[in-house]
Design a binder for this molecule. Structure first.
Ligand SMILES: [Fe+2]
Ligand SMILES: [Fe+2]
Length: 333
């Protein structure tokens, strides 16, 4: 879901005349819908763009566990607790597939992870908002995982094989995440007036950050053209955002909730819902590290990384021991 964070330094699409014969053959394969695999030749900017995009996606899955993990011990029933636990574990799995996909590009998992820990690499801005009530957990599933599906389904058809294949399974799991969130919110909406008010309050706080998840408007999105030519971005930010809005507005109506946008209006000419102005200054502020939870999220991940150092050391020592034992066995044979 996190393609909007990519900043590769690729400023414009190169024309056919600028391309080397290898680059031309590479682009022709992409244009024919043939997947690029790890051992295939690829231009450096393509590789760099993918490392950034997939690593940022992986970091987002991992940091995304924190706002909801915060509620596992406080879930309102055993059933909700089991579902939430499974969902948060799925997100850890998504991060693992994606870090593996990063490694297929020749990048080091630890290096990209340490870049995130040091604040040099980003993750989705949405996870820098706090989860104040149980309704926030349902709203994240409904809106944030809902937005993730819209962003990630096209990536199942992207040009890089390992990324596309990882997305197939990830999207199946995201669909479960979205349903469990909608179900939790539907339950609150059918409950007491206080429960319904809690659901409305969560929607009020998460709606605009969710709309911003699709990234800046197309006019400001400088890297989209090259990513589109490489088929690692199949729809524009604005197209994906509109899809999310058109899908979510009727769901809110069904729940009896009000989207916090006085300018929201169905446009019969376009067949889409028009929304009011997005406060992009908030998006850029949060992306730059000044959201409500940025420092807290990074501190939590850094603490886990530091406290897990002995596990990493033990794993390496165990692997070395096994290798030595295996070598000794082979020598004796
Ligand atoms: Fe996920
Ligand atoms: Fe998810």
């Amino acid at each position: 879901m996190y393609a909007q964070l990519v900043d590769t330094g690729v400023k414009s699409v190169r024309t056919d005349a600028d391309l080397s014969p290898e680059e031309r053959a590479f682009q022709a394969r992409i244009d024919d819908g043939i997947k690029i695999e790890p051992r295939d030749w690829m231009p450096d900017p393509y590789r760099r763009t993918l490392v950034r995009q997939i690593a940022q996606h992986a970091h987002s899955e991992l940091v995304g566990m924190l706002p909801e993990g915060n509620w596992i011990t406080r879930a309102p029933s055993l059933k909700r607790k089991c579902v939430l636990l499974a969902k948060v574990q799925d997100e850890a799995g998504h991060a693992q597939y994606l870090y593996s996909a990063v490694e297929t590009l020749g990048a080091s998992r630890d290096a990209v992870y340490e870049d995130m820990l040091a604040g040099r690499m980003k993750y989705s801005s949405i996870f820098n908002y706090p989860t104040l009530t149980w309704a926030d957990v349902g709203t994240i599933g409904w809106l944030v995982d809902g937005a993730a599906i819209i962003n990630q389904i096209p990536l199942c058809r992207c040009s890089y094989g390992p990324y596309a294949r990882a997305m197939v399974r990830v999207c199946k799991e995201e669909s479960f995440h979205q349903r469990q969130g909608f179900d939790a919110i539907a339950t609150l909406c059918a409950g007491t007036p206080e429960q319904k008010a809690m659901a409305q309050d969560a929607l009020n706080r998460w709606w605009w950050p969710a709309v911003m998840m699709f990234g800046p408007p197309d006019g400001e999105s400088v890297h989209s053209a090259q990513s589109a030519a490489w088929r690692i971005k199949l729809f524009s930010n604005d197209e994906l955002r509109q899809k999310f809005i058109d899908q979510t507005v009727p769901q809110a109506e069904h729940l009896g909730l009000t989207i916090p946008d006085p300018d929201l209006k169905f446009n019969p000419a376009s067949g889409h819902w028009d929304i009011g102005a997005i406060d992009w200054s908030e998006f850029y502020r949060v992306i730059k590290g000044d959201g409500p939870c940025n420092r807290d999220r990074l501190a939590t991940r850094n603490k886990a990384w530091d406290e897990g150092a002995w596990v990493r050391e033990a794993a390496v020592a165990h692997a070395d021991k096994r290798r030595a034992r295996e070598a000794a066995r082979r020598q004796a044979a």
